[in-house]
Write a protein that binds this ligand. Structure first.
Ligand code: ADP
Ligand code: MG
Length: 636
């Protein structure tokens, strides 16, 4: 920070040069500004959306602060945003009677990147050089520099008796000087854009009106337009909170605009639900399933964020009303039954909020089910975006399991895409099949190639293929579906002997070789690494595979736990060999002829082979290489 009174713009004569100070922008802001000033985006008009929404936010903030502060209550007039145009001066001004900013707030809010959406935008920009996606993000205040070569903010913080002028040309630094009260808004902020040579269009009243109607029509503060100095203000947006209107009076476009304001994303919502609950607690909900994944979907905090209003006063923009597995939802809740004068923390913990959250979750699940039934393709996209999040609920929220099972979609040995429901699965059970079989892993391609699936395929038994991290958890906690337990194909004895082979599999079957000696040899040689060795019914094409013992964890879950440092959970696996496979037959024969010791290398190779098929490393890479090389050499 350097004091540099000389840099204060002469165009702002009202500011007091004695108090002026010059500040450098935070590095990220400078980068963003560079981008904004040199932008050639067709979506430049997003700057209006951003500034109008800041103005409306500031009005809401003041109404909220006024609840607990009588002095502020006196200042909080009916919220109003006014846009004025001046062709001669080439300015577009957005004024509000909201909370305003103190000097410190100006520095922290307009000198740094406060907005996580902007941060996400910059991160994405780091990866993709083309910024054509700018409009998908709430880039915030700095969007003003797309159309202006100088921006001034005259503001007075509600409750304070000092006013400030912030100004910048968006080239690395900004200035703040104190402003005589008569030159500042009585309360709120006035943002003046000195439009650049390419931005004449925003001096035109009709153009500005159409942009505001398009992007900001559903905003909760009324918007007036003064199209030229001295003209009467004309109301261009009513500022009626959208959710308070009857559904029949709201157009699809208004819902979509509102969703975009709320989410800071520019996609079309995949589902819109708007309802009023009456009864013990009364509230209105407007809920959206986004059409695209929000950038913070896999944020480790896993917090759901609902905008909570109490009688149209914004209490919190990130209330955790919904469970974590619904965190992708964008929702507004307005209730008259939550006391206005309590702190956010108290609202969060209040039983009323808990009950409202539960009821909303129930309704959202119903709406999702309806969508799944009525528009399966649309729902498929929702599931693709958010299925892995919804499935967290199967594990965390047992009371929701049945409802979630109704909408869950899976890939399986019978479907490439995630299209199979559990209902489909159960309708497709083979005779004598007693369980719902699944295979979990992290790589769908490897899952499909798993040797453990072969015996199931040969019998026409469908296996669910689960490749989300959360899958390893819910399959162990869920008891089953329609009386059929979930069972991993990599765990325990495959109890599928009693299920008939399908026709074309039968013809390939040769009688099993006598592998008793080989089994005994393997058990002894590999005792350190495996719990047991047995002849397999689950293999048809492969020679070997590894499975988990009958009790304990599935292999994928063991692996996940081991990754999190819980070594103890990782028990020894069982090695299964296929007594019909020619490699096994050959090894059994060699063993009889040459004795156990001579065939030792081959026994280790079998184990390593099974490990590699599971995506693991050989037990000892050097020994494995030596053995395999020797085997290749012996072919000469
Ligand atoms: P966001 O609105 O997402 O926080 P912005 O970049 O749009 O990000 O704005 C940054 C901050 O600047 C806001 O959070 C707010 O504190 C402050 N701000 C911007 N415009 C106004 C305004 N008209 N009145 C009061 N504060 C404002
Ligand atoms: Mg903003």
């Amino acid at each position: 920070m350097t004091d540099d009174a000389a840099s204060v713009d002469a165009a702002a004569p009202a500011a007091d040069p004695q108090t002026a100070a010059n500040f450098g922008f935070e590095a990220d802001v400078a980068r963003l500004l560079e981008l904004m000033t040199h932008s050639v985006y067709s979506e430049r008009d997003v700057f209006l959306r951003e500034l109008v929404s800041n103005a409306a936010d500031a009005c809401e903030k003041l109404r909220y602060e006024a609840l607990s502060d009588e002095k502020l209550a006196a200042q909080a007039a009916a919220p109003l945003v006014t846009i004025s145009l001046d062709k001669d001066k080439r300015t577009l001004t957005i004024a509000d009677n909201g909370v305003g900013m103190s000097r410190e707030e100006l520095i922290s809010a307009l000198g740094t990147i406060a907005n996580s959406g902007t941060r996400a935008f910059l991160d994405k920009l780091g990866k993709e050089k083309d910024a054509g996606f700018i409009g998908q993000f709430g880039v915030g205040f700095y969007a003003a520099f797309m159309v202006a070569d100088r921006v001034e903010v005259a503001t007075r913080r509600a409750g304070e008796d000092q006013a400030w002028l912030w100004s910048s040309d968006g080239k690395g630094s900004y200035q703040i000087a104190s402003l005589p009260l008569e030159a500042a808004p009585a309360v709120g902020a006035r943002v003046t854009l000195h439009l650049n040579a390419d931005s004449d269009e925003f001096l035109d009243g009709w153009r500005v009106e159409s942009v505001v109607r398009e992007h900001s029509g559903a905003i909760a503060a009324p918007i007036d337009l003064i199209a030229a100095p001295g003209e009467e203000p004309r109301r261009i947006a009513e500022g009626v909170a959208l959710w308070t209107k009857p559904k029949s009076e709201i157009t699809h476009e208004q819902y979509v605009d509102f969703y975009r304001q709320l989410s800071g994303q520019l996609d079309e919502p995949a589902l819109i639900a708007h309802w009023r609950a009456e009864g013990r607690t009364e509230y209105t909900v407007l809920a959206f399933v986004p059409g695209a994944r929000p950038f913070d979907l896999f944020d480790p905090a896993r917090k759901s964020k609902s905008k909570l209003y109490v009688r149209r006063v914004l209490i919190s923009r990130d209330m955790e009303l919904l469970p974590a597995w619904l965190r992708f939802m964008r929702i507004v809740v307005d209730s008259a039954d939550i006391p206005l004068n309590v702190s956010r923390e108290m609202v969060q913990k209040s039983p009323v909020a808990g009950a409202i959250g539960k009821a909303i979750a129930t309704r959202i699940l119903q709406e999702l089910k309806k969508l799944a039934d009525a528009e399966p393709e649309k729902f498929a996209q929702v599931w693709k975006n958010f299925g892995s999040v919804l499935k967290e609920g199967l594990h965390e929220d047992p009371s929701r399991r049945d409802d979630l099972f109704e909408i869950a979609r899976f890939a399986s040995t019978k479907s490439e895409e995630q299209t199979r429901t559990l209902k489909d699965y159960v309708a497709n059970l083979r005779e004598n099949q007693t369980a719902i079989y699944y295979l979990v892993g992290d790589d769908m391609k490897r899952l499909r190639a798993s040797p453990q699936l072969e015996g199931f395929r040969a019998r026409g038994v469908e296996v669910l293929l689960l490749d989300d991290a959360v899958d390893a958890f819910w399959v162990t906690s869920a008891l089953g579906y329609e009386g059929k337990p979930f069972k991993s194909v990599t765990q325990g004895q495959a109890d599928i002997d009693s299920i008939a082979l399908v026709e074309d599999a039968k013809t390939e079957t040769t009688p099993p070789a006598d592998v008793a000696d080989l089994l005994a040899a393997l058990k002894e040689t590999l005792a350190e690494y495996v719990d047991d060795v047995r002849a397999s019914t689950r293999l048809t094409d492969s020679a070997v595979c590894l499975v988990a013992p009958d009790t304990g964890f599935d292999r994928q879950l063991s692996r996940l736990l081991a990754e999190h440092g819980q070594q103890a959970a990782f028990g020894k696996p069982v090695l299964e060999i296929n007594p019909r496979h020619e490699a096994i037959v050959a090894l059994a024969t060699a063993l009889r002829a040459k004795g156990r010791e001579a065939a030792r290398d081959e026994q280790f190779l079998l184990l390593d082979l099974a490990r590699v098929a599971d995506g693991e490393h050989p037990i000892d890479a050097a020994a494995f290489t030596k053995r395999l090389t020797a085997l290749l050499a012996s072919r000469g």
